[in-house]
Write a protein that binds this ligand. Structure first.
Ligand SMILES: C[S@@+](CC[C@H](N)C(=O)[O-])C[C@H]1O[C@@H](n2cnc3c(N)ncnc32)[C@H](O)[C@@H]1O
Length: 285
């Protein structure tokens, strides 16, 4: 079988499995499985594949037909400027979450001699948000918290692989329970899907992202209520909070922060113009 034959057959099976971009995905699977640059799949179409080459490709194709996301099959995801490892306990980081990174960077005080900004990322998952922030701010230290030990281990491994481990502490914990702070910036992309909506999500999400990374309680807002109540005591005076929100949740989250006494509340939009992130400052004193 040639590479072009394999790609054509894989694209057919992926289309039958309901994937929109089946041909491109088939090419990516072939490139990853054979260790080729994506363009080489097109230029090497006549290459004859050996049985040693087609067996792992078939295994990868079967996983994608079962709607496992490509990033999980490959085990890695590009986020911000970083390349991150994933594990079954981590959410697959989404491009929209880069809005939270930018919001966090905008809220931090500018670098100053003798100052070490301290950041906290609640529900760190792969560590994507925290590590992106630290990669941009070499003067800062960061703590990542996750309730899933496997996620915390992956975040720590990502910190090591990116050369950031000496500025990162990852702990297993339940939100703010074990932490006193104070932090200059708290960021979080908490689970925010209303529990009853999870069953209706795409298979890539409901079958492969961990349930704890999705379930935000009956109305999806439970983690924001907790953060609105408990985060102020862990911030430096004038310290800031930035949280990612689901589509349509920005006004509700802004309102519950306002009710809890937060100041300078604002909404940041993602590239599609969706209110994706709510920012606020804690007490001045
Ligand atoms: C939506 S995911 C975000 C992961 C990562 N920050 C990202 O943006 O890709 C939410 C994360 O919160 C974690 N989590 C859920 N409940 C938690 C809790 N009670 N305390 C700490 N972390 C929690 C989940 O394990 C998951 O990693």
């Amino acid at each position: 079988m040639t590479l072009a034959d394999w790609v054509a057959g894989a694209a057919r099976r992926l289309a039958e499995a309901g994937l929109d971009d089946a041909r491109r995905e088939a090419r990516v699977l072939a490139a990853v499985g054979l260790g080729l640059a994506p363009g080489a799949v097109l230029t090497q179409g006549e290459r004859v594949l050996s049985a040693e080459e087609t067996a792992p490709l078939a295994a990868m194709l079967a996983r994608r037909v079962a709607r496992e996301p490509l990033s999980r099959i490959v085990g890695r995801r590009g986020f911000w400027t970083l390349e991150l490892a994933l594990s079954p306990d981590t959410l697959d980081p989404r491009p929209d979450t880069e809005t939270l990174v930018q919001a966090g960077l905008d809220l931090l005080p500018p670098p100053a001699p003798g100052k070490t900004p301290c950041l906290l990322d609640l529900g760190t998952g792969s560590g994507c948000v925290l590590l992106a922030l630290l990669s941009e701010r070499p003067d800062a230290l960061g703590v990542g918290v996750d309730i899933a030990p496997g996620a915390a281990a992956t975040a720590q491994a990502n910190a090591r692989a990116l050369g950031l481990a000496d500025r990162v502490l990852v702990v297993v914990g339940d939100w703010l329970t074990a932490l006193r702070g104070p932090f200059d910036l708290i960021v979080s992309n908490p689970p925010y899907i209303p529990s009853a909506d999870i069953a209706g999500l795409e298979p890539e999400v409901r079958c492969f992202d961990p349930w704890r990374a999705l379930d935000g309680g009956p109305d999806g807002l439970a983690p924001y209520r907790l953060l609105a109540r408990e985060a102020p005591a862990r911030l430096t005076p004038g310290g800031a909070l930035a949280v990612e929100v689901g589509q349509g949740q920005d006004a509700d989250v802004a309102a519950l922060l306002a009710a809890a006494g937060w100041r300078e509340i604002g909404v940041k939009q993602d590239l599609a113009g969706v209110g994706r992130c709510v920012v606020a400052r804690g007490r001045q004193e």
